[in-house]
Design a protein around this ligand. Structure first.
Ligand code: MG
Length: 343
């Protein structure tokens, strides 16, 4: 696909290199005040931002959800909206406290669909222990919007200076992923392509504060990110370049479900490049990594966690995959999410 300089394309919303360039050239330069005091602001492009207030920092994050279809195997747009926001707070090191939402619906949507989605939002919020405290609701004329868009803003708190960043990796740190990768993106792609498998492909969408909390209680966590759009490939590249380290990734250690691998091959997709919605990538000090891994594995959504690589002083900014057959290849940031509208 040719990248346009003049009009917005779907790929610009894919969370990859095309979006980064658009943000850097079109959006960011037009915002003047980009942080509050010494807090984390827009320039960091982290999973959220912080506002220092006395000896605490308020952590805030926001996402819009445009997933198609709105009901998919393993979840729906409501669960996705709450989980996505909870997880962005979690990977900043903040316990999610409150969510405010904005729901925009296309005229003609069955009320029963909206009710199901509200219940699903509530279920995810209860799992995460987060309250939905305010919101907005609007309707667009038929044909002007595809079913619905849900925007969720989340708030949490941390002690001053305790924010977990995606830029904190140091050479020698080990990399942990909290579960199998590619489940969400491949489940959606399969539904859209009408593929069916013996084992149903199900999204991993889930709020995972408890997984992060378990890791933080052990200590030694140096960096965190949720591998959403652009998958593990985009998340690790961002962590490597912001931290100024290289990352060696061990292919044989990366957990991928056999059915996700099979579907990926049929669809011509790389599971490392597609969205996860219930996973995190953590950098952990080497001497704490086994203990952190064990703690994560005791949580419901962390059972499939694994140590998948290490941060290195060599090749800063690069992610190098050591393949199962003993070769090496560079894992690049995808230009965009290979499957549009997954979140
Ligand atoms: Mg994120």
């Amino acid at each position: 696909m040719k990248l346009s300089k003049d009009v917005i394309q779907l790929i610009h919303g894919g969370g990859g290199a095309a979006m980064s360039e658009l943000l850097a050239k079109v959006l960011m330069p037009n915002f003047t005040l980009r942080k509050v005091g010494e807090g984390i602001g827009l320039d960091e492009l982290d999973d959220g931002a912080t506002i220092p207030v006395g000896d605490i920092e308020v952590v805030v994050t926001i996402d819009s959800h445009t997933v198609d279809p709105i009901f998919f195997p393993g979840g729906d747009i409501g669960r996705l909206a709450v989980a996505g926001t909870v997880n962005d707070l979690a990977v900043m090191g903040a316990k999610p406290v409150a969510i405010v939402d904005a729901i925009v619906v296309e005229e003609g949507l069955p009320v029963e669909d909206l009710r199901r989605i509200a219940k699903s939002m509530d279920e995810a919020a209860k799992e995460a222990g987060v309250a939905i405290i305010s919101g907005d609701f609007k309707v667009m004329p038929k044909g002007r919007l595809d079913n619905m868009v849900i925007t969720t803003c989340g708030v949490g708190f941390i002690k001053q200076g305790n924010a977990l960043r995606d830029s904190g990796l140091k050479p020698g740190d080990l990399i942990i992923v909290t579960g199998t990768v590619g489940d969400h993106g491949i489940a959606l792609a399969s539904v859209r392509e009408g593929l069916s498998f013996e084992t149903e492909l199900v999204s991993d969408v889930a709020p995972i504060w408890d997984v992060i909390e378990a890791a933080l209680k052990v200590g030694g966590v140096t960096a965190a990110k949720d591998p959403t759009r652009g998958g593990l490939a985009a998340a690790l590249n961002e962590m490597a370049s912001k931290s100024g380290v290289g990352i060696s990734l061990w292919e044989a250690s990366i957990p991928v479900k056999p059915e996700v691998r099979a579907a990926s091959e049929m669809l011509g997709l790389d599971p490392l490049e597609v969205t996860c919605e219930g996973r995190a990538v953590l950098g952990v000090k080497r001497d704490k990594a086994e203990e952190v891994l064990s703690a994560i594995k005791t949580t419901k959504h962390g059972r499939g966690a694994a140590i998948i690589g290490e941060a290195t002083a060599e090749r800063p900014g690069f992610v190098i995959l050591e393949t199962e057959v003993g070769g090496k290849r560079i894992v690049e940031t995808p230009i965009g999410e290979p499957i549009p509208r997954v979140c």
